[in-house]
Design a protein around this ligand. Sequence first.
Ligand code: ADP
Ligand code: MG
Length: 699
Amino acid sequence: MSVSFLSESIQYLKGIGPHRAEVLSEAGVTCVRDLLQYFPRRYLDRSSVVAVRDLTENGEPVTVVGTVRSTGTVPSRRRRRFEMIVEDPFGGRIKCVWFQQVGWISKVFEAGDRVAIHGRPQVYGRLFSFSHPDFDKLDEENPSLDTGRIIALYRGSASLQRAGITSRSLRRIIYRLFKESGTSIPETLPEWVREKHDLIAGRVALRAAHFPKSRDELDDAVRRLKFEELFFVQLMLCLMRQNHQETAGASFDRGERLTAQFLGDVLPFELTTGQRQALKDIDSDTTSGRQMNRLVQGDVGSGKTVVAIAALLRAIDSGFQGAFMAPTEILAEQHYANLIRYLHPLGIRVDILLGRQTKKERDAALRRIKSGTTKVVVGTHALIQETVEFKDLGLAVIDEQHRFGVMQRAQMFSKGQNPHMLLMTATPIPRSLAMTLYGDLDVSIIRDMPPGRTPIETRLFFDNRRDDMYRFVASEIEAGRQAYVVYPLVEESEKLDLKDAQSGYESLKRIFPDARVDLVHGRMKGEEKDAAMRRFKSGATDILVSTTVIEVGVDVPNATVMVVEHAERFGLSQLHQLRGRVGRGASQSYCLLMADYKRSAESRERLSALVRTNDGFEISEIDLRIRGAGDFFGTRQSGLPDLRIADLTTDTEILAEAREAASALLKQDPFLGQNQHRAVRDYFERFYARSGMKLARVG
Ligand code: ADP
Ligand code: MG
């Protein structure tokens, strides 16, 4: 059989057919290769099955194996449910309960079925009870696949179950695949990489992942497969970086008169060490003759804007123009005000492009940009419209880069002859993720804060001390300060979300009758939102109630209080971002976290991490540890690759090895053109096509 069977549709495999093929394709499985890489979610290791008599309440999740004794749907006034009693070989009984999808689940089980139940047991009445447990039906007819010591269990979902795609049927289908064509699965890693990193053959690993003979074999298989996956991710990143490094870029080496004047005379403060280092990195990139792709990462308030302005001045010193793109009008205006303040004294013309300008204003600005009279243009997405033409764009700065899509960055890039790109983000990324997320960018990190800032004081309040919180807010407002009150976004229901913020707004107006209270939320139009933000910024509002829409980076130095309602519902990194909106002036600022007392110990622990530290990087590490990489941003949005087996949170050692191997391979064969690497290249092309990697690349 030829290698091409791997890319054949699974529809024609015995036991699948068009309907199941469609259901599987929703789970990302369309061809034979996908099926082989549809890795088990867990393994049922018979040696670790727990007897019912040894169960304890609220412990770790456990697996119980037994026979279904009875099943039944229980009608109830509140909610219908399906219950099932399972008995283990020692006569111990457990109860399993489902409240959802009762219709289909009641068709899954029959008395006499042998099942494995996985979940966290709780005690209700006399029996241990599992609600909505994971389960697997064990096979009687085909014992050879199921009586081994370790059994693969696959991800289940209602639609998979409904189509009859269970762990049991998957094991059979995959077993048959290996029997018929297992030997023709090609190796994807070069021989020398496998030797150096002590990896078993791909074919052997795939088979062992589905049908392990022992724990040891399974461990070797998993390591090999994770390595392979991370190796190809790294290969992709190294190739991109290689491409950038070959792109020629404008050289900023014609003096630094303006930059020196700005840093020496205009700027009222000294740069921090981190700012100085970032600027040095940028200087060496922009004078190297190659095009720069640099990401500056720094916590909110670390002073990234000044770095960007200094970089823009280097461009102007060398006869180029610069562009500065921000995600919202209010941020663009804030940057514009800063640029005017710093650059007008140097005699530099700055323009702004916004969506809401009149045609006349806009046309005039466009003419100045095209002729080169304007040296720096600030704006929102309006900057990348077709009508915007530069005379000679040498540097594009993109603020809050994660808010822009790849296409938008590419459009910005296309406005000049390979302009240097400077991306900025206030979202700290743990090192292990940064390597993957930004592997194709050079990164400068600003870790220190400008001096003279009083660290924000964070306090945790439970509902019983709500009045204390209000008293505190009142005292700050009396002292002439302003406050934010933020409500979480409730994902399932935008309506509910609004209701929370809205009723909060109403009650705050009652509690603070003399204060000017305003509301901003996600359902408002962009202009309305901006207008509300502007009122707050100008001091016309005392308390701004909002859902999570208030913008990152908006500088309101007089706002000293950030109240976060239902703080337990936010992610740690998100809370840290919110907190960063205060503490921008000289006076002491406060972040008050309001939490529900009944929350779990885990969420209390998370919130106290926030009380303990102000360091965004430390918080992001904690957050990552708690949530795992997939969840950290949501894989799709973040540009993180969709991984099938590796986990960026925990597989950092394998990641480092894979990275080393990938870069060694490219050193030896930069375009994978050698015959011995043909299989690597073939697989790489496929991997690239399906990886969904968006990456922060620009060029
Ligand atoms: P961010 O990194 O969040 O974009 P900004 O660039 O908006 O931060 O800077 C926050 C504030 O800190 C601004 O008011 C800015 O003028 C001030 N700032 C920046 N650098 C320094 C410095 N080295 N010393 C003192 N203040 C600084
Ligand atoms: Mg900023």
